[in-house]
Design a protein around this ligand. Structure first.
Ligand code: TYD
Length: 142
């Protein structure tokens, strides 16, 4: 199966399978998900008004799916800032390491599933925006 990923939007449409019993969506590494999946976590029970994320990475690629409810993701790759609303369990968002990202507008029922290409490593985080700019600006030739 060919990977469907629009590099502009980073949205990966997922195929919804289903029958009279209900719905089912499949995620497979290196097929629907464009990397080997080393780690899975999910964010839920987020209080109203909370913003999470606010970092980029050195190595980690991630795919985000709101399997329930909705939230908004702000992506900033230094060439542009994009807001993506995740509100569909068949819509996945690919985050590259150089995507500064913030997550907010979580609905009370939001369960945000995250698939990651690397194990958790606090050293892989860039939490300071100015550092993010200087680390990635040169690579983009800005
Ligand atoms: P953090 O990455 O700060 O959350 P977010 O960026 O989504 O707001 O993670 C919150 C806490 O959970 C922090 O103490 C680190 C820990 N954590 C792990 O131990 N392993 C993980 O895979 C993740 C994502 C977080």
């Amino acid at each position: 199966m060919k990977l469907q990923c629009n590099s502009q939007s980073r949205i990966i449409p997922l195929k919804q399978l289903g029958d009279e019993r209900g719905l089912l969506t499949v995620l497979e590494e290196n097929i629907t998900i464009p990397f080997e999946i080393k780690r899975v976590y999910y964010i839920y029970g987020t209080e109203e008004g909370v913003s999470r994320g606010m970092h980029a990475h050195y190595k980690t690629r991630q795919v985000l799916i709101a399997v329930s409810g909705s939230c908004t993701i702000l992506l900033d790759d230094l060439s542009r800032k994009t807001e993506v609303i995740l509100d569909d369990p068949n819509k996945a968002l690919l985050l590259e390491p150089n995507d500064w990202h913030e997550m907010y507008n979580f609905s009370p029922d939001c369960v945000l599933l995250v698939l990651a290409s690397h194990f958790y490593d606090s050293e892989d985080y860039i939490r300071d925006y100015d550092s993010f700019v200087s680390i990635y600006r040169e690579g983009l030739g800005l």
